[in-house]
Write a protein that binds this ligand. Structure first.
Ligand SMILES: Nc1nc2c(ncn2[C@@H]2O[C@H](COP(=O)(O)OP(=O)(O)OP(=O)(O)O)[C@@H](O)[C@H]2O)c(=O)[nH]1
Ligand SMILES: [Mg+2]
Length: 246
């Protein structure tokens, strides 16, 4: 069974992607000698079975906290592949870790998460250019809705290793280069559909929204049903059958 590590900055949706990829059979444990938790699960694609590990969030491979230390140790223990989850609305900050990962000798594939938020923020990312620039698969995903997850799974075998080299002192210059090349910012107003989508995927607004839709649907069905009975079926019945009965 191949081992996949889910690695990314804190709060980029790693655990949400993990839940989308794995089933119910997950195990949460303490990393030995620490209070840091990590979760392990499984993904079967038909061709292959993978063990997936949700690693604690880290900004860098030069750890500055206990959680980051555990993330780096788990990476050092080895794996067959890395899914690097990055926040599409924060490319510059996230690419620091990505470039460090691309120097390792492990195949990497990128889950460009928070793809839904880029639309809201007027950020447009040229995914094809991004793939060309980094030379690895980059798949836009929204872990909240599951968008892109299927493609992410399909492209796992295309992950590549050690394909992006740079001088350490040139790293931020490289990152700046990539970002200006693939990302465009525009001021964009939300459309009605954007707002509906936003309302419906957040639990706080999504549940009342679902209840309102259910209520309106019931009302509509009742309205149509009563209308049919009052204005069509009953008059028909009265006109055709009533005189005969009398
Ligand atoms: N809008 C949007 N929200 C997302 C997406 N993915 C995850 N989230 C939300 O982002 C928050 C953080 O997600 P997590 O999966 O906990 O992030 P994480 O990377 O595991 O965080 P740490 O484990 O703390 O590093 C949660 O509230 C998720 O519901 C996405 O694609 N779009
Ligand atoms: Mg998490």
């Amino acid at each position: 069974m191949k081992k996949i590590l889910l690695i990314g900055n804190p709060n980029v949706g790693k655990s949400a992607i993990f839940s989308r990829l794995t089933g119910l059979d997950v195990i949460t444990s303490n990393y030995p000698g620490s209070t840091v938790d990590f979760t392990k699960g499984f993904l079967s694609t038909g061709k292959e079975k993978y063990e997936i590990i949700d690693i604690p969030g880290t900004y860098t491979l030069e750890p500055t906290s206990k959680a980051e230390e555990v993330a780096v140790k788990m990476l050092a223990e080895g794996s067959d592949l890395i899914i690097n989850v990055i926040d599409a609305t924060n490319l510059e900050r996230n690419l620091n870790l990505t470039l460090q990962l691309l120097k390792q000798n492990i195949p990497v594939i990128i889950s460009l998460n928070f793809w839904d938020e880029t639309k809201h923020l007027g950020i447009s990312i040229d995914v094809a250019e991004f793939e060309k620039k980094l030379n690895i698969p980059v798949i836009p995903t929204c872990a909240l809705t599951g968008e892109g997850i299927k493609e992410l799974i399909n492209r796992i075998p295309c992950a590549k290793s050690k394909i992006y080299d740079y001088e350490e002192e040139e790293k931020w210059h490289e990152i700046g280069n990539i970002v200006t090349h693939v990302q465009k910012l525009s001021h964009r107003h939300h459309t009605f559909l954007d707002r509906l989508e936003e309302i419906s995927i957040r639990p706080l607004t999504g549940i009342p929204f679902a209840l309102i839709i259910l209520f309106l649907t019931t009302l509509t069905v009742r309205f149509i049903g009563e209308g049919l009975i009052n204005y069509i079926l009953e008059p028909l019945f009265n006109n055709f059958y009533h005189p005969a009965i009398i």
